[in-house]
Ligand binder design. Sequence first.
Ligand SMILES: Cc1ncc(COP(=O)(O)O)c(C=O)c1O
Length: 443
Amino acid sequence: MSIIDHNLIPQDLDSFWMPFTSNRSFKENPRFIVSARGMYYTDSNGHEVLDGSAGLWCVNAGHYREEINRAIAEQLETLDFAHSFSAGHPHAFNYASRLVKHFPESMNHVFFTNSGSESVDTALKIALAYHKVCGEGSRQRLIGREKAYHGMGFGGVSVGGLVKNRSPFGVLLPGTDHIKHTHDIERNAFSRGLPKEGAEFADDLQRLVDLHGADTIAAVIVEPVGGAGGVHLPPEGYLQRLRDICTTHGILLIFDEVITGFGRIGASCAATRFGVEPDLITTAKGITNATVPMGAVFVSDTVYDAFMSIDESGVELAHGYTYSGHPLACAAGMATLDIYEREDLFARAAMLNDHWMDSALELRDLAKVIDIRCFALMAAIEMEPRPGEAMQRGVEAGKICYENGVWVRNIGDALVLSPPLIITEEEISRTFEVIAKSIEQTA
Ligand SMILES: Cc1ncc(COP(=O)(O)O)c(C=O)c1O
């Protein structure tokens, strides 16, 4: 039986307001994905493309994992939904207990959400409330970083550092500030793995401490590896330096691991891979292999215990979502974790690291390429913008790659890769060959 059903092509394109999309140009020239298996998508023309982005950094175990599908279907047969507001179903507890075993030792508590944006807002709110319960309510500032992406909730946009995502939405949250980004193409172009130069960018946090006073700062949030801003790897020593400054000044450190969580960089999370423990970790995406929306904030014992020792009885944190710990998401998450454990997928990106970096860096001699940033199973191939036409080469290269059988996204003039962790060495080689050919084909 053909898996392509041409009746799936919609007649009305107007009703769906597509997210983060030029609706007008998509709808003039639409393209529909109709099925997915393993490393590959198939579109409505029957064209098969390798999924170079794992969906949107989320289908880490590859598409169509039967055991996840089955777990969701079976869960529906017994308990479709129960909330967790002063109530409990076993799956949320069982799943949280399993999850924390994979995360840093000091982080033994999980607050469930439904997305990365909600995880970020949750972590920021926990940070503010934590200082309040500790008697330091003056700590209200939230610090982000330039070029960062933390989702599209008001909290995440406020600490985010991408101007196009901020400027349409007014003044955003008061009391936020940003440290400098770490992108330094002059010193670090074509780094193999983590850039050598730039640990001192972390000292910009000290500048904000000196400017605002540590007693006004609640938390700093960073992506340990920036993803949606175009793959920005932390310079060697940078994350530890941030940790040290936070510790010295009683500031909570939040790692936004919505992308790096669940195996993307060769461990369960970047905190583990880099040996730097934050106070809170935000996750989503790979947690359920993207089958059912879910997010989770991992919370350190110190932070959690502060809430649990509040004097008054009653709700310790007035925060949560109707679907926090949704039974279907828990079932999907547990089946996903089974696969990650059985196939040792958290270690796989580390195992493939050398081949990945070698293959990516083979593109360094292409005339249009000005930087390559690569580590574990993340990469950005940055091309020289065409004069007066920023982003256009990126858009064009992305389209040509798709026609040539590899679907990668462009972020500006960079092609960004984050394939499912099940990718083989042969598929890695082929992916970069296709990208090289496609870049050559651009004007
Ligand atoms: C680092 C980071 N934080 C938060 C988010 C937002 O996640 P979501 O789109 O699930 O809300 C993303 C999404 O790409 C992300 O990369």
